[in-house]
Design a protein around this ligand. Structure first.
Ligand SMILES: [Zn+2]
Length: 240
């Protein structure tokens, strides 16, 4: 599989950079994972909208979905439809997205589904909106994306053996300590690295980076726990 980072910022973009969006090339075609602000323009640097096999959005926060509203115009003007995996809540956001061209499939906890050559499974995170981590397996290779979630001990099992582990780390290590545990909706670099280490991942990619993020510090902090870590900088391409 090949992962192309289209955007890794959150909850708003940085200059010239999109919010959450990733293109995963598989034998069954390109899977678009998250479709945040500015993602579509970045996607066109690699492929066309017609070459997206299906779309998965981890949750319905706008920094992960806002370009879906625009992509609709493209498909509608061509009389086309496309499969879209999303959580079914919150209701208001769900109703806005599901109309029109999207053949919506609701993501449920512990759901497993095969789409061509890939096997998808999902894990519910800790976030104000229902948010799911996504595990994609093909030919023994494993990709896991956390979506938005705070640190959860039982998430480690879901990440086991990942060749590429893409984890959100919107918080700094200092920030996360100031928030009570039940209200931690993202991870810090050290927390993400701890998951990578315990899950036996091969490579950790940190994402959901705030535009204000001190990237050097963020990366160093994670590397102290798990050496094989990189940041999801725009245009990063990883084959695994
Ligand atoms: Zn979110």
């Amino acid at each position: 599989m090949i992962l192309r980072v289209l955007g890794a910022r959150g909850p708003y973009p940085a200059k010239g950079e999109a919010t959450s969006g990733y293109l995963l090339e598989t034998k069954s075609g390109n899977i678009l994972i998250d479709c945040g602000s500015g993602v579509l323009a970045k996607l066109l640097e690699y492929t066309t909208f017609d070459d997206i096999s299906f779309i998965i959005c981890s949750h319905l926060h706008a920094d992960h979905t806002s370009d879906l509203g625009v992509l609709r115009y493209y498909f509608a003007s061509r009389g086309k439809e496309i499969d879209l995996f999303i959580p079914s809540e919150p209701q208001e956001e769900y109703n806005l997205i599901r109309k029109g061209v999207y053949r919506v499939k609701n993501i449920e906890e512990n759901m497993q589904i095969e789409m061509g050559s890939v096997k998808l499974s999902f894990f519910e995170g800790q976030h104000p909106y229902k948010s799911f981590a996504i595990r994609i397996e093909e030919d023994g290779k494993i990709f896991v994306f956390s979506g938005d979630t705070g640190y959860k001990e039982d998430f480690i099992n879901f990440c086991t053996g990942a060749d590429l582990l893409l984890l959100n780390s919107a918080y700094t290590d200092e920030e996360v300590e100031k928030i009570e545990e039940s209200k931690r909706y993202h991870m810090s670099p050290r927390q993400a690295a701890a998951i990578a280490k315990k899950a036996g991942a091969k490579l950790l990619v940190l994402t959901h980076l705030k535009p204000e993020c001190d990237e050097k510090r963020h990366l160093e902090s994670a590397k102290e726990v798990f050496e094989n870590t990189v940041l999801a900088t725009q245009k990063r391409i990883i084959e695994f």
